[in-house]
Design a binder for this molecule. Structure first.
Ligand SMILES: [Zn+2]
Length: 201
């Protein structure tokens, strides 16, 4: 299960200071009264960015692993929230998705790059739409990064939104939230279904 590690470190600072060692989880989220042999369970590494580790705990009674994801990193996608935001921003400011791809991914072919980009756009659009519904002060936003940037008055909105939307992270999709991935073909209801399960390694 993914939990928020509230920190305003960017990813370079997170790696440099090995901030995963400072992550704290004082009691088991499932058994606040204890008695479940809850203990620190080392770290796991992520391939991207290189050198990133995530602090982990394990509840023996519930057979559940908890990992604390810092605010700079994506959930269930490699890389940082700022990298995803850059992609969305380029898409919003390009004449077409094909034109945006040329600035973003030259390492893979066009169909693959479009799929890669559209997956991110789809997830972030849904997240922004949900936040507009959930958070009264965001009610006037459009579901675009540029609209959220101007309403929140910040250069990068996604790391800010991890903080701002912390009560809703369990229902918001990745890479911002810790909820399930929405499926394109199903009804809207599936966005809110909360699946439990362990994190990918
Ligand atoms: Zn427990």
């Amino acid at each position: 299960m993914q939990l928020r590690y509230a920190t305003n470190l960017d990813v370079e600072q997170y790696i440099e200071s090995k901030a995963w060692s400072d992550a704290k989880l004082t009691h088991c989220p499932l058994h606040p009264k204890g008695g479940c042999k809850f203990a620190r369970h080392g770290t796991y590494s992520r391939k991207f960015p290189d050198g990133v580790k995530i602090a982990r705990w394990y509840c023996s009674k519930g057979h559940v692993t908890f990992s604390m994801l810092p605010d700079c990193l994506c959930s269930r996608l490699p890389g940082t929230l700022i990298e995803v935001e850059d992609v969305i921003n380029q898409m919003e400011n390009s004449s077409s998705q094909e034109a945006a791809v040329e600035n973003i991914r030259l390492d893979i072919g066009l169909p693959g790059a479009l799929r890669w980009m559209r997956r991110r756009l789809f997830l972030i659009r849904i997240t922004l739409m949900l936040l507009i519904d959930l958070v009264t002060s965001l009610g006037d936003c459009q579901p675009t990064v540029s609209s959220f940037r101007s309403v929140l008055g910040t250069e990068f909105v996604l790391p800010q939104l991890r903080m701002f939307a912390s009560p809703y992270l369990d229902i918001l999709p990745p890479p911002l939230g810790f909820g399930p991935r929405p499926e394109r073909k199903k009804s809207k209801k599936s966005y809110f279904q909360h699946k439990t399960g362990t994190d990918p390694p």
